[in-house]
Design a protein around this ligand. Structure first.
Ligand code: AMP
Ligand code: MG
Length: 281
């Protein structure tokens, strides 16, 4: 699968150069079959990570309104054991949150060893919406790219596997989805005039995102640009990417589990031996 993966700073990257469509040869039918396999694999990998407790996963989801962040989350989480998965949504900061530094509310939701944390929006809003709408002085948000890089490095050093997705939709697809919401009573709760207002800032958001991808891409915290005009392809790319990332840790987790299992059995044996003479049974 041709995935746009950014693993280092690149001052030339342009979001507009990346297609929002699935590749020509991808089919919905094949994607559905593959997605089923991936679901099983993800569950197995999750169990290994849970048991080994050496790593955790942080999935960051960013995208414009109607890009499908909720749908992508539902799809990944649906494959997992809900024990050990938390989903956090970051909206307009509360008063208490505004009275702290921008990473305060984010860091508290970082995953524990063995667990998954999924972020619906994230610390990146503080260099996106904040930048586009002048919600803080440039002197403040301009320093945040560096803080974000340091923060993600800290997480990675602690064993957190950081995977960042940008769900990439076209302006036309966004319009279609926003209009659909108005027609369908079951999605009308999502209606938000703000989405149409934000749409008027499309190009400014593109610039803000370009800067994010140019400056906040790292090997330990890569960005994946997901063509998201087709929901089935978006779901496939996200699941495939998470599985592919976790697969590299599989052997290590298995070794840890074997070692821990052996230590556990030895402890049990010793306990039984110590009771050997007395109170048997
Ligand atoms: P939604 O994800 O549609 O529920 O909307 C959440 C809203 O909160 C979006 O419009 C975000 O841009 C906004 N938001 C998230 N983080 C921040 C932030 N740090 N500062 C200001 N607005 C934010
Ligand atoms: Mg919204």
């Amino acid at each position: 699968m041709p995935i746009t993966r950014l693993t280092k700073p690149d001052s030339k990257f342009r979001l507009d150069d990346v297609s929002t469509d699935p590749p020509r040869d991808a089919t919905k039918q094949e994607a559905a079959e593959r997605l089923k396999e991936l679901g099983e694999e993800l569950l197995e990998l999750q169990e290994l990570m849970w048991g080994a407790r050496t790593h955790s996963i942080l999935i960051v989801l960013q995208g414009r309104d109607a890009a499908g962040k909720d749908g992508a989350i539902k799809n990944v989480v649906g494959a997992l054991n809900p024990r050990g998965v938390t989903v956090s949504s970051f909206g307009v900061p509360t008063k208490e949150e505004r009275e702290h530094d921008f990473l305060w509310r984010i860091h508290r939701q970082a995953p524990r060893a063995g667990e998954f944390a999924i972020f619906n929006r994230s610390h990146y809003e503080d260099v996106l919406v904040v930048r586009v709408h002048d919600l803080a002085p440039k002197a403040l948000w301009g320093e945040r790219y560096g803080h974000i890089n340091d923060f993600e490095e800290l997480l990675a050093e602690h064993g957190t596997i950081v995977i960042k997705f940008f769900l990439h939709i076209s302006k036309k697809e966004q319009e279609k989805r926003l209009l659909e919401r108005e027609e369908n009573p079951s999605t009308a709760w999502k209606l938000n005039v703000n989405d149409w207002k934000e749409r008027e800032h499309w190009d400014e958001y593109t610039e803000a995102y370009d800067e994010v991808f140019r400056r906040c891409s790292a090997k330990h915290a890569p960005w994946y640009i997901v063509p998201a005009d087709a929901k089935w392809y978006r779901n496939l790319v996200v699941a495939e990417t998470v599985a592919e990332t976790m697969r590299e840790y599989r052997d290590g987790w298995l070794k840890t589990l074997e070692r821990n299992g052996k230590a556990g059995r030895e402890e049990l044996d010793e306990y039984r031996r110590s009771r050997g003479g007395r109170n048997k049974g």
